[in-house]
Ligand binder design. Sequence first.
Ligand SMILES: [Mg+2]
Length: 470
Amino acid sequence: MRSAPTILHLDMDAFYASVEQASKPSLRGKAVIVGGLGPRGVVATASYEARVLGVHSAMPMSQARRLAPNAAYLVPRFALYRSISDQVMALLRALSPLVEPLSLDEAFVDLEAGGTAWDERSARLAGTKLRADIRAVTGLTGSVGLAASKMLAKIASEEAKPDGLVVIEPGTERAMLEPMPVRTLPGVGPATGDHLRRAGIHTVGEIAEAGEDELVRLLGKAHGHALYAMALARDDRPVVAERETKSVSVEDTYDVDIHDRVRVGLEVQRLADRCVRRLRGAGLSGRTIVLKVRRYDFSTLTRSETLRGPTDDPAVVREAAARLLDSVDTTGGVRLLGVGVSGLADYTQEDLFAQAAGGAGEETPEGEEPETAPEPRPETPAERRWPAGHDVRHAEHGHGWVQGSGLGRVTVRFETPGSAPGRVKTFRVDDPALEPADPLPLVDDPPDLLETTGTRGTPDAPSRPRPLEA
Ligand SMILES: [Mg+2]
C-alpha cells in the first residue's frame, strides 16, 4: 500500500434529490424523494430532509409515503443526471488519467498517478479544490475521502457526508477501523453481518482479533480471507481507469417494469438482433457478448461471455445473450435491457463475402427499424404525459415543472433554478399552451474550469518536490 493518502473517492451528496432541489427552488430544504412512483416503485434517492424521517434508498415507495406523507415525490430524470455526471467526471479526469467511476455520482481517482498529489498536504488541497470546482460548475455538493487505499477512501467519504472532506492518514487506519461495525467493510451485507454477529464478532477490530483461520472457517476461503485482509486495512487494489472499450450496443428503457420472464427473454432476443444489425452495419464482428439488466430498484447488472472467435451471426449472439439472461434474477421486474458486443474485429475478407452472400437485404438503416408495439401502461394518460417533476413550458407563464396530475388536470409550479420559489397553477391536461420542456442548466454560466487545467492549482499551492539527485 502507498504511504500517502493519494487515492480520492468522490461521492455526490444525495445526488438525484440534490439535482431536483437545485432545479426547483421551492423544494430546497424540503423532503424530496426520487424513484419509481408506480405500485411497486422503490426509492432511488431521498434528500437529507427525507432521510431524517427514516426514508432511504431501495425502500418501497409505499413505505416512504407512510413515513414522509408530505414529501415531494418525483420521477427520475436520468438524462439530466447523466449530463451533470459528465461535468463531474470531466473535473475528475482533469486530476488524473486514472478515474474509476462506480456509478453516475461516485468515482475513485488516483491523484498520485496524475501528478496532482504526492503527500497529505497536496492531497488535501486537491480534494478541497475539487469540491469547490464541483460546486462552481454544477451548483451541487460532493463529499471527498482521501486515503492510501480504495477501501479506506470510500469509508472516508462516507464519514465526510454530507458536504465534507475526510483524510485518513496512513498509519492511523487500523485504530480508526477497530471500533467500526463490521458492516463498514465492503462486501459485508446483512447476511454476512448476521453470521459474524452470531459468532460474537461485531466490530472490525473483533474480525482482526478472531484471526484469519476463524474467518475462513466462518465464511469460507475466499470471503474469509478477503475480509480478514480488509479488517487489517490491507487493500492493494489499483484504481482502474474506465477503458474506452470498443463495443457496439443497444438498449431499451421500459416505461413500465417488465415482470414476465418470457417477455424479458423476447426483448433480449430482439435487442440481440438489433445489436447485430448495427455491428454488421459498421463492418465489424466481436468476441464478447454483454447483457445489461437494470432492475426495478435501479441496480444494474452486466454479464458477459467471450466466444472462441469473433462473430456477427445473429443466432450466436441471441444464444449467448439468452444464456447470460439465465444467470440473472429478474423477479422484481426489469426497467432496462441492453445487449452489446465487444472485443471487436474487422471482418476478414472471408467473412465479408459470406455476409454479402447471406445477409443482404435484411439490414435496416440505423434508427429506422420498426418499433414493436408499445407496452400496456397502467397509469392514466395524464400521468404518462406529465410525469411528476418533469419540466414543462407554458406559452404564457413560461418554464415550470409538473407538481402532480390526475382527473384531467395537471398542476405546474412555475420556477427555474435561478428564480425565487414559484407559484402553482392548474391546467387541463390537454391545454394546448402547455408542452413538455427540456431541463434548464442548474448553474447559469458555469466557469470553464477545464480550460485552465494547464495552470491547475492556486498560487499558494505547493509545487511538487523535485526527485533527489542520486
Ligand atoms: Mg452519492
